[in-house]
Design a protein around this ligand. Structure first.
Ligand code: AMP
Ligand code: ZN
Length: 470
């Protein structure tokens, strides 16, 4: 197995990856809050997680890749203030939070399929793991790391000595005020304490999503309420991956709050180190600022498709920057990526369909880049070198297809399709692949009919789906 070096936010160093269990990587990535269509920034995070997972697989690891759906408890501010995002979405659209979650999970999964993101091993939903979260909160109460007020159960940050290990922040500088400075809950001991469980009281008295709990509150005898956002990831990662994970990933904005809080809860409850390697991806920018819904700069994949962009051009564009570098989105850059990718597809089509042997020298070069903190721009430069290389078409094709196990640009499809297939048909093909992988035959048939209605025939062969112009 090749050595993988990755930049660990915890140590601020590039380190050699050593798994807890030989040949296996336990990998948790914070997933989306499903209250709205995910924008291209969110999708960058999703593609980067997929690429990192693929690099581990390319090196022969079995990857237990878990990506959650947050469908309760994420308030409009990451620091426990404001309204639950799901409820906001529900009110906006006149649907229930459950309906909102399903609607946006479906859109997200569709986008993920279009971007050739492999299915995670597990996709836990927060609302389906309330019991696990409550068990963890009970443990924290028993061990004296948490306390209850009439409005919530909080984690007592003063009891956890390593609280700033990940963020290296100076708490004195960052907190709003010492003592019971929180306006929303005067009984909170310290402003930096964060909520593990919100009772259905105070500003959350009309919460739409709530569960009974074993916790006691003067105001809510049944303990009814909902979990805080941070405990969700701690409880779900523990359930599927155990007390200590190899790798945990998320956006850089999660370092000072969400991941810092996850570490505190998990280590206090479980008594062991939570994560060995913390990976943080930089943001996608728009006008040099983080692409965000709140600033009105967010774009969706649907908008790209409307403008006839191939979703894989977006993937190729994401590959052209390192995951730890910010990337500023422009239409020109996306167009350049689409042109570049079309050029690669064109070259691949010229190679015929016979596969020879993977070129060892160039595979090594490629591996060295991807195993060096997932250097995808470097990997793309090796791809270009191979395209120009003077070797047999068969070997060239085999080498490019081998690289595509990491890149995920779906070279195989190019090989199978001699004609230009329009973007909307490509999207239907990806959806049908996903439906078939999930053994959802009615959906697969429906999509076949839709593809055929657009003038293409579909054939399911041993090598996969073949689509050609009728
Ligand atoms: P959210 O739905 O806001 O909880 O975000 C879901 C994921 O997308 C998180 O891991 C964020 O770090 C990530 N994210 C949000 N905005 C951006 C952005 N502009 N660029 C990259 N990642 C982002
Ligand atoms: Zn998380």
């Amino acid at each position: 197995m090749n050595k993988i070096f990755l930049y660990n936010t915890l140590t601020r160093k590039k380190e050699e990856f050593k798994p807890l269990k030989k040949g296996i990587v336990s990998f948790y990535q914070c997933g989306p809050t499903v209250y709205w269509v995910q924008h291209l920034g969110n999708l960058r995070a999703a593609v980067l997680g997929d690429i990192i997972r693929r690099v581990f697989e390319y090196d022969g690891y079995k990857v237990k890749y878990v990506k959650n759906y947050t469908d309760v408890g994420h308030l409009t501010s990451d620091e426990d203030a404001g309204e639950d995002k799901m409820e906001k979405g529900a009110k906006r659209e006149g649907l229930s939070p459950e309906e909102i979650a399903q609607k946006y999970i479906n859109i997200y999964e569709q986008d993920a399929a279009d971007l050739n993101i492999k299915e995670p091993w597990k996709k836990p939903r927060a609302t389906r793991h309330i019991k696990e979260m409550q068990t963890m909160v009970e443990k924290l109460l028993q061990k004296g790391f948490a306390y209850a007020t009439p409005l919530a159960i909080y984690f007592d940050v003063s009891k956890f000595s390593n609280y700033t290990e990940l963020s290296r922040q100076n708490l004195e500088k960052n907190i709003i005020g010492e003592g019971s400075g929180d306006v929303s809950d005067p009984a909170k001991k310290n402003a930096r304490d964060f909520a593990l469980w919100f009772f259905r009281a105070g500003i959350h008295v009309n919460a739409l999503q709530f569960w009974k709990s074993p916790f006691k509150s003067l105001l809510v005898k049944s303990g009814e309420g909902f979990p805080g956002w941070h405990i969700e990831c701690s409880a779900m990662s523990k359930k599927y991956l155990g007390n200590t994970l190899d790798v945990h990933m998320g956006g850089i904005e999660h370092i000072p709050v969400h991941h810092t809080n996850e570490i505190a809860q998990s280590e206090a409850a479980n008594g062991v180190k939570y994560v060995n390697y913390w990976l943080h991806n930089e943001h996608l920018l728009a006008n040099e600022e983080k692409m965000a819904k709140s600033s009105g700069t967010s774009l969706t994949l649907a908008e790209l498709k409307e403008k006839k962009f191939n979703p894989l051009a977006l993937r190729y564009y994401f590959l052209s920057a390192n995951y730890r570098s910010p990337q500023n989105f422009t239409w020109e850059a996306l167009q350049a990526a689409q042109n570049g990718l079309s050029g690669i597809y064109h070259k691949i089509k010229e190679l015929g369909d016979k596969k020879g042997a993977v070129n060892v020298e160039y595979k090594d070069k490629f591996s060295t880049f991807v195993n060096d903190d997932f250097n995808t721009p470097g990997a793309l430069s090796v791809l270009q070198e191979v395209i120009k290389l003077n070797i047999s078409s068969e070997d060239k094709l085999a080498t490019l297809l081998d690289f595509d196990r990491v890149l995920g640009l779906d070279f195989e499809r190019t090989l199978n399709n001699k004609e230009e297939i329009p973007v909307e048909v490509i999207s239907l093909i990806e959806q049908r692949k996903k439906a078939r992988a999930e053994k959802n035959w009615p959906e697969s048939d429906r999509l076949r009919a839709e593809i055929e209605a657009k003038g293409f025939s579909v054939e399911d062969t041993k090598e996969g789906m073949k689509v050609s112009k009728k």
